[in-house]
Design a protein around this ligand. Structure first.
Ligand SMILES: C[S@@+](CC[C@H](N)C(=O)[O-])C[C@H]1O[C@@H](n2cnc3c(N)ncnc32)[C@H](O)[C@@H]1O
Length: 294
């Protein structure tokens, strides 16, 4: 592989630039980030391509509201994974995508959040490239961004931190093998995906590396969906808090001072005309989002 080259306009159909604007091609697989749950967080491109697809291969974290946008005539194939309980092994998903593309379908590969953030998007794209299948990736809003925003947590508030790191809490070879010295910093935000089962080990390792026991921690479950729940605890209390509140996946863990950055007690009281508007909206808030043309 060469080191110093310009990658755009290299002529192949995997879009590394503006090619991403082209129409959905028959025989193409588009990896589409379906966002964290709230259908209105889809990108405009994702919204359009989901409706154009005639074959949809989708994961567990793709919300029902997003799936409701798929054409009635499209074939929908669930390949969802739940931790170690895989509906379809990754190799079979890869084969399925290639087969459907070779049969001439417009294949939408829907993944929760963003395909390239803990979504195995890189692996799937490489397999498609190797098989000579047209493919591209449409970014989605990742859980770290949407769940924290919906919970009032500004991930990189400059008064508190200099940066933010996304890590996986998933075990590799039975180990939570993370660069603890780099992560256990008070001027830094840590966002942990898939961390519920390993929260005890995570909390202990960070405290062993001198992150204070009182460091604030947020837990955000089913973020942005109608079941969105957010909780606040401390690093020391994290494992017992998860157990006491029966917190399950999908949950994001956010560790750092930014958890307390906003003072929500300053929220304006709901009164007068605003109360009426919100009251009317409350009646319909569970209605599914209508399809609309863009
Ligand atoms: C396999 S990762 C997929 C991440 C996804 N590709 C993304 O960009 O958000 C699954 C983990 O993401 C986090 N996650 C995804 N969607 C979430 C949501 N709506 N609420 C809370 N956590 C979520 C949870 O930590 C979950 O265990």
């Amino acid at each position: 592989m060469r080191d110093n080259i310009e990658l755009t306009n290299s002529g192949h159909l995997f879009a590394l630039g503006v090619d991403n604007r082209r129409p959905f091609l028959p025989g193409e697989v588009v990896l589409i980030g379906a966002g964290p749950g709230d259908v209105e967080l889809l990108t405009v491109r994702a919204y359009k391509l989901i409706q154009e697809a005639d074959c949809v291969v989708y994961d567990r974290l793709v919300s029902d509201d997003v799936m409701a946008l798929v054409s009635d005539n499209a074939e929908c194939i669930y390949v969802g994974k739940q931790s170690s309980n895989h509906a379809l092994p990754q190799e079979d998903i890869n084969k399925l995508l290639i087969e459907k593309a070779q049969e001439g379908y417009k294949v939408a590969r829907l993944k929760g959040g963003d395909s390239f953030i803990f979504g195995r998007g890189g692996e799937e794209v490489q397999v498609l490239l190797d098989a000579g299948v047209y493919c591209r990736v449409v970014p989605g809003i990742t859980a770290a961004s949407a769940c924290t925003t919906y919970s009032g947590i500004p991930l990189t508030h400059r008064d508190y931190v200099h940066g933010c790191t996304f890590v996986t809490g998933h075990l590799k070879n039975d180990l939570l093998d993370l660069p603890w010295n780099a992560l256990a910093r008070e001027d830094h935000t840590l966002v942990v995906y898939m961390g519920i089962k390993t929260a005890g080990a995570l909390s202990k390792a960070l405290m062993d590396h001198q992150l204070p026991a009182k460091t604030p921690v947020a837990l955000i479950s089913n973020g942005t969906s109608l079941q969105h729940r957010s909780y606040k605890t401390t690093l020391a209390d994290l494992p017992t808090f998860i157990e006491a509140n029966s917190i399950k996946a999908p949950t994001l863990i956010v560790i750092g001072k930014v958890v307390n950055a906003l003072d929500v007690s300053k929220r304006a009281p709901v009164k007068g005309e605003i109360k009426q508007i919100l009251g009317a909206w409350e009646q319909n808030r569970f209605e599914p989002v209508q399809r609309f043309a863009i």
